[in-house]
Design a protein around this ligand. Sequence first.
Ligand code: ZN
Length: 300
Amino acid sequence: MNDKCLFFNLDNNVFRGRIVRLDNVLNDIFTHQTYPDNVAAAVAETSALGVLIASLMKFEGIFTLQMQGNGPLSVLVADVTSAGKVRATAKYDAKAIEEAQALRKTEGEIEPAPHWLGQGNLIFTIDQGRNTDLYQGVVDLQGKNLAECALRYFKNSEQIDTHLRLFLQKDGDSWKSAGILIQKMPTKGGKDASEDENEFNELWNEDKILTDSLKQEEIFDKNLSLEDILFRLFHEHQVRVTKENEYGFGCRCSREKLLNTLSSMKKEDIDNMAENGKIIATCNFCGQVYSFDKGELIKH
Ligand SMILES: [Zn+2]
């Protein structure tokens, strides 16, 4: 399956939406990193959410979705460039996750990401390069799943009515994730809103119910394109696809960037990291290994 996000609108452009399905991107992410199932699920879901939200933003550069908490899963990051490159990673305490799972005595059950993150924040950042301001949105991590946490952002920060669902599937060792989002237009619900508020709310409620009717086996059905799925759901709501974005795995790490980071560290920390005068660093996103001479770092 291709990794795509479709942009669509409903009811003669009164509402807008996105639908995304990730497959190859996740395979690439998990080629470089091995995670316990619960962490892999969180990374897969975060990637789909990152693509969905990035697709709503106008930017040239890098969109980053980051969650950090005080739980055994302390960091989840997915970033998406305007060119469609996606990467994701997680920081976690493997022992704490194992112990928590053992206590629950439920073999193989996937807990939603917020359960492992604990208390913390969900942060969106848009970086459009040098000489531009960073855009940042932050909300508390609250909700029983990632979709609920993200919806708090739309409700509190953007004040746009949004409906969002995320999906996960594991086939053997490989993960798939997907999501669908519908939203009232940022311009106060579109021009039709004032004409007939009741009809507008009725349409919105119907579209929410239709979104909720989408089943996991449907969104991951290889024989259904994303267009097919949208048509099945919204054929009575003038669904129109307006754009299609494709995504692939891509890392932006480089020896130079890492050299800058390491060079800014204290000399004693560099000494501690060094073995036989060399420092080996591995990129958390893509697994690329970089080797530096101690002297190269300290002289900077
Ligand atoms: Zn990398």
